[in-house]
Design a binder for this molecule. Structure first.
Ligand code: SAM
Length: 193
């Protein structure tokens, strides 16, 4: 049986209401100069971050092109490459690391690009299993000196994919200033500075 070809969106997979509240938080701060995004899909949220960053910001995307159903992900991966090229043509220093976020090689590649700098924004929106999110936090949070942002943290609704991000958010926020944008899928913001 032929299934319809999935439509690949280059819009963020985040609701406009969530994004407007996140933008409000960002508007109180210096525009980020270094951003790490773990989980980029076709590049929608990466472009959103770029639009809220310093004009020459370093923007690093970590996404594994082998993760999801092959046909869909091959196209999403192409779109992500286009987004990276577009950001570089607009003056950003954009990089794509095509690898599993839990692999030491991927972490090493991120560190090489950072070259001793810390990230002003670390956005995690990849493996939503509790062990997956916690592993991403353990790997990449030491590289973040600004805001750690987790998608899908809402406690409302009955979507099991929010359990992992919410658990990671709860742990991180125990001893740090934090804010939960409890709208739609939910965004957890933790101040790591
Ligand atoms: C929810 S989508 C990201 C959506 C994107 N942030 C946006 O709003 O436009 C999750 C992405 O993370 C990738 N991913 C999931 N687990 C991963 C992992 N462990 N390492 C790297 N990429 C992963 C998937 O392949 C997918 O592209």
């Amino acid at each position: 049986m032929d299934y319809p070809k999935p439509v690949i969106t280059q819009q963020p997979l985040i609701s406009p209401r969530e994004l407007s509240q996140l933008a409000l938080i960002l508007s109180q701060r210096e525009p980020p100069k270094v951003i790490i995004e773990v989980g980029s899909y076709a590049g929608g949220s990466l472009r959103w971050w770029a639009d809220h960053a310093a004009p020459d910001a370093t923007i690093i995307s970590v996404d594994d092109s082998t993760m999801e159903t092959v046909g869909e992900h091959a196209e999403a991966s192409m779109r992500l490459n286009e987004t990276i090229a577009e950001l570089n043509s607009r003056g950003y220093d954009a990089h794509r690391i095509d690898g599993h976020s839990h692999s030491p090689e991927t972490l090493h590649a991120v560190r090489e690009i950072l070259d001793g700098r810390t990230a002003d924004i670390l956005f995690i929106d990849a493996d939503h299993r509790p062990c997956g999110v916690v592993c991403d936090v353990e790997f990449y949070s030491p590289l973040c000196g600004g805001l750690l942002v987790l998608h899908d943290c809402a406690t409302t609704g009955n979507d099991a994919s929010r359990i992992g991000p919410h658990a990671a958010y709860s742990l991180l926020s125990l001893d740090r200033f934090s804010m939960l944008i409890e709208d739609d899928y939910g965004i957890g913001v933790v101040w790591m500075e």
